[in-house]
Design a protein around this ligand. Sequence first.
Ligand code: PEP
Ligand code: MN
Length: 250
Amino acid sequence: MKKTILIAGPCAAESKKQIRESIKLAKKRTIDFMRISLWKPRTKPGFDGLKEEGIPLLVEAAKEGINPSTEVILPEHAEKVISAVLKATKNGKVLVWIGARNQNHYIQQEISKIASSNNRVYLMVKNQPWQNEEHWEGIIDHVLQGGIKKSNLFICHRGFSPNGHNPNGYRNVPDFEMTMRIKEKTGLSMLFDPSHTGGSVENVLKIAQEARNYSFDGFMVEVHPNPKVAITDAKQQLTWEQFDTLVKPW
Ligand code: PEP
Ligand code: MN
């Protein structure tokens, strides 16, 4: 069976202490990339990330043998993160991703171009917030146009913004059928983000179970050393022990 890609770590990088603690806990597990996300799109103004100032935290993780990952909003963010992390190790990998709310195809193509400069760089793209298959395919086409190799590109489903009908009360409503059609049509690795789909620990655990009925290639999960005090998305972040239970069957 093909290996499941696992990305785990806090919603946002908040402090040196929080990331050092996360690195320590991540080292006890087998994950492919740790979330150390520096740029945070927010629904309303608030803490929106450590930004450039946090890049040394990704470098520190890389030096500890943990491949770092972060959302980037602009091409210059991708450039800075990638060049700093690649310099830190000989063989380590780095993942940058384009979030659901970053819907500007010039930016998507430019980030893809930058990510395609080195085989140790991976790019992930999340679906847009609104439920539309053609638009989701278009985003993937734009990104491929930028030059990233298919082998270094992950697509991630994080559900669609609820629009009336939402019987399970998920933060974002998954469309697994559409997701599997996109995976089939593009031949790309398809990951699932149960955290931003579920929106609460209970829902994250529930939706992750449901996702087992579909052939996902990996998962991105928000895990915090102390979820209760998380600055962002405190309700949905798992402890590392909860993460262990979640990934056991994968
Ligand atoms: C995230 O993964 O950090 C995030 C902000 O999620 P999304 O882009 O799916 O809203
Ligand atoms: Mn989050």
